[in-house]
Design a binder for this molecule. Sequence first.
Ligand code: ADP
Ligand code: MG
Length: 259
Amino acid sequence: MTRAPLAETPSPNWTPDQPIVRIADVHKSFGTFEVLKGISFDVRKGEVVCIIGPSGSGKSTLIRCINALVPVTAGSIEVEGIDVTDPRLDKLALRRKVGMVFQQYNLFPHKTALQNVMMAPIHVLGQEKREVEARARALLAKVRLAGKENAYPGELSGGQQQRVAIARSLAMRPDVMLFDEVTAALDPETVKEVLVTIRELAEEGMTCMLVTHEMNFARDVADHIYFTDRGVIVEHGPPATFFASAQDERTRRFLSQVL
Ligand code: ADP
Ligand code: MG
């Protein structure tokens, strides 16, 4: 049975000249442990934002708050004018706007690359199979996996699997993509092909927020870099300023280790 496509949830308060993501004084605690201690910044449509910082500084928690995988303790996050911290949030509507790719690609091992990309539009959105298949093939071509449609995840390299995961996310037609250390678990030779895919997406105007340790990528592709440490933004700026004149000692120490 084919369900009618869901109507786009209207965001009456939002127009594209306003920030697409607004993060305002976000705090997050797990029990008594405060992981995010007042994070605020905006992302404009089409921007590429990189979040860097030492392990444990709260980067993944922040990214997860943005698509409501983790509830914030205080503060607010809006995506296209939708308050993601509202308990009445329509999570499905949010997930259609915000795609997320993790370090672990978690593809269904018993489904082909094509089937993995087709699943959510068919089963979550109830879209028509023929249409979804055509689009899934186009998305696999876009992430440079034409010819691998019928391969199972186990037959693909880590970088190829991660690109299937990106295509799977794009199949929901998101307006914002979140990437959480998507190349951290990959062999060095396949890291580049994944970064090329993300760069191409960015060049097409996709709004991207990435947690990454790939400093060359951040330097070349990011519009803005945020350096976090222990739950606060210590320093931020466009790459040219950020890399040339990091002021804070913690940032300088971090950069000296990764560059
Ligand atoms: P990063 O991505 O920068 O490495 P995380 O956001 O993963 O940092 O984690 C920040 C801190 O929050 C870490 O100390 C981590 O152990 C803790 N943390 C993350 N998720 C949870 C959770 N679900 N429950 C308890 N503590 C958590
Ligand atoms: Mg993390």
